[in-house]
Design a binder for this molecule. Structure first.
Ligand code: DQA
Length: 145
């Protein structure tokens, strides 16, 4: 049976590839989606890959995932460090949640060291570049069994 995974990306991640490539790398978000789709097929996962610059849209997608998705992979981007609303939405989702950061947020400015989302995440992957999304999908497949 194919499991459905919601992959959410927060603000400015639509600019991947051109946005501070020395920090976030040269791959675009389309490249990341394609790599995730290829691995998902291998792992028999169905992907819903989304990006929004709006906190409320991310909250709505997380709410809609209740009953429609088996797990969530989320890179909340800057909302990681500010959003109680995203934490609250994730807290009423029952399945596994993996938080991904392309950069190592703990090696950067101190305001990036705290994540509201980590209080709900089952796992956190940071500093592995865009490969972190693939690691997250493998962990989800492992957790869903
Ligand atoms: C990020 C790290 C955040 O601090 C930053 O605001 C982002 C991207 C990452 O993937 O490394 O937009 O989540």
């Amino acid at each position: 049976m194919s499991r459905k995974i919601l992959v959410l990306n927060g603000p400015n991640l639509n600019l991947l590839g051109t946005r501070e490539p020395e920090i976030y790398g040269a791959e675009t978000l389309d490249d990341v989606e394609a790599a995730c789709a290829a691995l998902a097929a291998e792992l028999s996962l169905t992907l819903d890959f989304q990006q929004s610059n709006h906190e409320g849209q991310l909250v709505t997608w997380i709410q809609e995932a209740r009953g429609t998705a088996d797990a969530i992979v989320i890179n909340p981007a800057a909302y990681t460090h500010t959003s109680v609303a995203i934490l609250d939405a994730l807290s009423v989702f029952d399945g596994p949640v993996i938080e991904v950061h392309i950069s190592n947020i703990h090696r950067r400015e101190s305001f990036r060291h705290h994540s509201y989302v980590s209080a709900r995440a089952d796992g956190v992957i940071a500093g592995c570049g865009t490969h972190g999304y693939l690691l997250a999908l493998r962990q989800i497949a492992h957790m869903l069994g």
